[in-house]
Design a protein around this ligand. Structure first.
Ligand code: PEP
Ligand code: MN
Length: 360
């Protein structure tokens, strides 16, 4: 896709001096619930009211959305609050119904983005639309699949396109429901600098206490907006209860966000610095994660050594590792002195871990 400046125009039309905010319940449940939430959000910085009416659920038998009746409730929200409305579409029939009922923003969910067939079906059904279309990243950390979805929508002449970063599912446990893997949206942003990029902290975090921090990180990385789930009675929500917050808490969260002024075009020195510092923080965090993983493996080796009654220090193996790391490091622009220092320290920490295990 070409770097098309027109892509930003739908976002610029909102004429905001703060990031775009899309908020509302994970799922539409009842008309009263929808109107209640919308009423409490309408005088805030929220521009677009979201509610899922067709819900993709991992396991059958869970609440799968109220279906088409929810479109009437979205219409009522728009009439009574002037907020625009947004819902998820996952097939051509959803698109047809959402367009007939004048939903303003249609988003494609993470479970749909993984399937080129589904994205193509939706792209065909949306052909030439003036509506805003937002594509979430695929569930798995596959940048090419995300690009592919953007290309399919763009080829369908969808002018008002944007993307949503909602994190990636991983096999290993982490504090997030879906790992942010910030380097992936950053890469996407570098490739398509004019494609509006929205962060969905709710689905990244999966829990309320992390929302503020993830929202702030996304703004520090120059994201254009946020999509946050909000419910009047979060604990009793019919889906994603643990991650939803009340409108009041959401308004507080927005108030506490530090917004760095300055546009993409003329980023100030300080903005640039803040953006790179955030990237450094993320990289440092990744280094710690990897070191901790390495020590867990060393512990496992320690257990085997204990069972076999062999010495902790295996000099021959260690010299081989070191030689290889010095060569690999050189290729990556790291000096021999630095690589030696780092790996000696890592090795010493592994030995300390293993000694503890052998003496336990
Ligand atoms: C949602 O926004 O409620 C949703 C189902 O999101 P995702 O596709 O990111 O899981
Ligand atoms: Mn949800």
């Amino acid at each position: 896709m070409k770097n098309n400046k027109k892509l930003r125009s739908w976002l610029d039309k909102f004429n905001l001096d703060h990031p775009l905010v899309i908020a509302g319940p994970c799922s539409a449940e009842t008309e009263t619930q929808m109107m209640d939430i919308a009423e409490k959000l309408k005088d805030s910085d929220v521009s677009i009211f979201r509610a899922g009416i067709w819900k993709p659920r991992t396991r059958p038998g869970m609440f799968e959305g109220v279906g088409a009746i929810g479109l009437k409730w979205l219409k009522k929200v728009k009439e009574e609050t002037q907020m625009l409305t947004a819902t998820e579409v996952a097939n051509a029939n959803h698109v047809k119904l959402a367009l007939e009922n004048d939903v303003d923003v249609l988003w494609i969910g993470a479970r749909s983005t993984v399937s080129p067939f589904i994205v193509q079906e939706i792209a065909d059904a949306l052909k030439g639309t003036e509506k805003i279309v937002l594509l979430k990243n695929p569930v798995n950390p596959d940048l090419a699949l995300w690009y592919g979805g953007i290309e399919r929508l763009y080829s369908s002449d969808i002018k008002n396109l944007g993307v949503i970063h909602r994190g990636f599912s991983t096999y290993s446990k982490s504090k997030y429901r879906n790992n942010p893997e910030w380097q992936i949206p950053i890469e996407l942003q570098n490739k398509f600098p004019d494609l509006p990029l929205i962060c969905d902290p709710s689905h990244i975090c999966g829990r309320r206490d992390l929302l503020q921090d993830v929202s702030q990180t996304s703004l520090d990385l120059n994201f254009d907006g946020l999509m946050i789930e909000s419910h009047v009675d979060p604990d009793n929500a019919w889906s994603d209860a643990a991650q939803q917050i009340t409108p009041k808490v959401l308004i507080g969260l927005m108030k506490d966000l530090k917004i760095r002024k300055g546009t993409f075009k003329e980023e100030s020195y300080l903005n640039k610095l803040a953006k790179y510092r955030t990237k450094i923080d993320i990289a440092d965090n990744d280094i710690l994660e990897i070191l901790s993983k390495r020590m867990t493996i060393a512990d496992k080796i320690g257990k085997i050594k204990k069972e076999q009654n062999v010495a902790v220090l295996q000099s021959k193996r260690w010299n081989q590792i070191l030689g290889k790391m010095i060569l690999d490091g050189k290729e990556k622009g790291l000096s021999e002195e630095f690589v030696l220092k780092i790996f000696k320290a890592i090795h010493q920490e592994s030995i300390n871990h293993q000694k503890k295990i052998i003496n336990s």
